[in-house]
Design a protein around this ligand. Structure first.
Ligand code: PGA
Length: 229
């Protein structure tokens, strides 16, 4: 069983969600499909076996944090997963490894599986620092215990149409595997599409895919799901 996790980012309306769920309900797969939606679309259950995730969670339990959403609120909406430490959160909201670790810890406490993202910038890659960067990010971002997923997402591959070579992905995900205190599912993310999904999923240590742009529409998401079934 592999994970195929869609990250809708700041996209999607209730009717987009409805039509995606209708399509997915009619799609047979042995893999685990998760849709990480904007907060506004987290309401309502679905009976098509698709797990719903969020894209962020507060590192606080509750209180005076205008605009933030707590783990308890997510749990009560039926949210099963939450992305934490996505590079866009790290970049645009100054999230540090410490904050990411707090978010992962609070999610686990409330029964939600965090998907912890790590990945190097283009400059870090070009200066040969990929492995040291992801190891440090990982060690500082993972919680002490509990179930979680790690997503290796090179920043330069997100939304650019660029992907690392097979060798580069193996080296990075193996480094993630070797750094984790216990085995956890490891995803690859960054410009996954129907043309590369099949090859990427066959790479050792890759337990699934985190898909951004191509998860928004069923005519790009479905071929990915089918290509790795
Ligand atoms: P992308 O995004 O598939 O559009 O590159 C991946 C992500 O940001 O998780």
């Amino acid at each position: 069983m592999k994970f195929i996790i869609g990250n809708w980012k700041m996209n999607g309306t209730p009717s987009d969600k409805e039509s995606m769920l209708t399509t997915l309900a009619n799609t047979k797969t042995k893999n685990k499909i998760v849709l990480c939606l904007p907060f506004t679309l987290l309401n309502g259950n679905n009976n098509c076996g698709i797990a719903i995730g969020a894209q962020d969670v507060s590192n606080h339990e509750n209180g005076a944090f205008t605009g933030d959403i707590s783990a308890k609120m997510l749990t009560e909406m039926g949210t099963k997963y939450v992305i934490v430490g996505h590079s866009e959160r790290r970049l645009y909201h100054n999230e540090t490894n410490e904050i990411v670790r707090e978010k992962a810890t609070i999610a686990i406490k409330h029964g939600i599986t965090p998907i912890i993202c790590v990945g190097e910038t283009l400059e870090e890659k070009n200066t040969g620092h990929t492995i040291s960067v992801i190891k440090k990010m990982l060690l500082e971002s993972i919680p002490e215990s509990g179930e979680y997923i790690v997503a290796y997402e090179p920043r330069w591959a997100i939304g650019t149409g660029l992907t690392p070579s097979t060798n580069e992905i193996v080296t990075a995900v193996k480094a993630v595997f070797d750094t984790l205190p216990n085995p956890r599912p490891i995803l690859y993310g960054g410009s996954v599409n129907a043309n590369n999904a099949h090859d990427i999923i066959l790479i050792p240590y890759v337990d699934g895919l985190l898909v951004g742009g191509a998860s928004l529409k069923s005519d790009t998401f479905l071929p990915i799901i089918k290509s790795i079934d």
